[in-house]
Each structure stands twice: as C-alpha cells, then as structure tokens.
Ligand binder design. Sequence first.
Ligand SMILES: NC(=O)c1ccc[n+]([C@@H]2O[C@H](COP(=O)([O-])OP(=O)(O)OC[C@H]3O[C@@H](n4cnc5c(N)ncnc54)[C@H](OP(=O)(O)O)[C@@H]3O)[C@@H](O)[C@H]2O)c1
Length: 265
Amino acid sequence: MAASRPVTLITGASAGIGAELARVFAANGHTLVLAARREDRLQALADEIAATGRSRPLVLRVDLQRPEAAADIGAALAAQDLEPQYVVNNAGFGLSGPAAEIDRTEQLDMIDLNVRALTDLSLAFVDSLTRHHGGILNVASVAAFLPGPRMAVYYASKAYVLSFSEALHHELKSRGVRVTTLCPGPVKTEFQARAGAAEGQAASVLSQPAIKVAQDGYVGLMRGRRVVVPGWGNKLVTALIPFVPRSLLFRVVDARQGRRRSPGT
Ligand SMILES: NC(=O)c1ccc[n+]([C@@H]2O[C@H](COP(=O)([O-])OP(=O)(O)OC[C@H]3O[C@@H](n4cnc5c(N)ncnc54)[C@H](OP(=O)(O)O)[C@@H]3O)[C@@H](O)[C@H]2O)c1
C-alpha cells in the first residue's frame, strides 16, 4: 500500500496571521490543508497559492469549537490519503471586558477553540508527525506570560497554550518531533474587532506585521526552537515581566484593555 502523502495543516487560515502562515509554508514548498469556517476565504487563498505554481491547498470548512472537529479533520485527510507532517494551531480569538460581566458562553467557546481544539489537534497526529520528522507550531501570545485583567480568560488560555506546548516540546523531542510556541505581541488583524478591543490597540510600538510574525514562526519551527517571540520590543517585555511587581502589571494591563469599545459598537 502506498504511504499517505505528508501535508501541513493550518487552522484559522482564512484571515490574519493564519493566512500569512499559509503563504510562508507554501512558499517553502509545503503542501497545505487550510481549515476554518469561512470556506470562500480559504478557497480564495488556495487559488492565490495555486497561481504561484505551488500545489493547490486542500480546503476544509470546519468549526473547531465542535468537540468532533479534530476527528473530522483526521477522517477528511485519511479519505484523501493525506496525513499531517506539520500541524499549525493558529485559530483563536479573544474577548475584552471584565470576565464577570461579558458573555460566559462566549468565554467558554474561547476555551473550546484556544485550548481544547489546540490540544486535540496537537495530540491527534503525533504518529504521522513522527513518521514524517515534522512538528507542531502552536500560536500563543505575549499574553501567555502574565494574567490579563479585562481579558482574563483569553490571557489564561494563552498561558495554557505556552505551558502545554513547552512540555510537549520536551516530551516529543526524543521522537524527532519539533514543537514551537509562537508568542506574538500586537498584530493588526481581524482579532481586535472580534475581541471588542479599541480601534488602534494593535497600533503600538510593539506591533508587528502578520507576515513578519508568520516568517519568524516558520523559521523558529524549522530550527526546533521551543518559544518564538517576534520583535525585540516583545522579547524585552517578556523578559522583564517576571521582575515587575504583579500589582503594577495588573494596573498596566487593566488600563490598556480599558480602552475598549463600548458594547455594541
Ligand atoms: N492579532 C493579534 O494581536 C494577536 C496577538 C497575539 C496572538 N494572536 C493569536 O494569533 C492567532 C491568529 O489570530 P489573528 O490575529 O490572525 O486573528 P483573526 O484575523 O481574527 O483570525 C482568526 C482565525 O481563526 C479562525 N477561527 C476563529 N474561530 C474559529 C472556529 N470556531 N473554527 C475554526 N476557525 C476559527 C478564523 O476563521 P473563521 O472565522 O473563518 O472560522 C480566522 O481564520 C490567534 O490564536 C490569536 O490569539 C493574535
């Protein structure tokens, strides 16, 4: 029986950092599977990549908040004789506002996507990642390094991603599987509108373009780096966080998140 063909699965490829990750992986010769809910966006990106002479990515319309999502993706790949060499868990969203006041169901949806789906997809394909000497790129955030008042569940979800992925980096090393956690600072994408964050919140000196973040993540994964923080400003911030008194950190994050759009705007 012929061996299944290796592919790179990228979640959340219909926008922002995920779309740029797809462009970077494609430019480096990887055959892609693009997953998200907005199929039209994925098809347009697949067309764009095919037009550059690369193989056309497979598009999977999937809602990763559903518990069966990883199993469905596995079945869709197996049906095409494909199996992951790389898994890029990029899909995620945030919500701004005091945790006790904003919608609880939406906050639990965030855990389903940012934590549950990422964990499932990180573990589901370890055998094929091992066979193809591949790896996992999990997208966390600078938010993973500290608690975040007014975005408490989001920051906690990213702390989970960082902790889990660093441990997995250690566990899977002996199998030859790379696991890298990408921790961007602010990036101007659809993320801010989805989170209900203030206009211009990504427009800080720490802000990086999505393409730069994607390139840094790709290089870091290929080099087997444990954690990648794009940009010198963000590297400095994450290095200093352990030395800043927690009470001061909370005031700074609270004030920053406080510049939030009013509900419904
Ligand atoms: N932008 C920032 O400032 C920033 C900073 C640090 C970390 N990050 C992280 O970077 C990652 C990408 O964010 P981004 O800034 O590129 O945001 P974005 O532009 O809003 O893109 C989010 C992506 O996730 C997908 N997604 C959302 N819910 C989904 C679901 N239920 N099922 C499947 N796919 C889903 C979206 O696709 P559909 O809507 O089509 O499903 C979209 O492709 C996230 O994990 C985010 O936490 C972002």
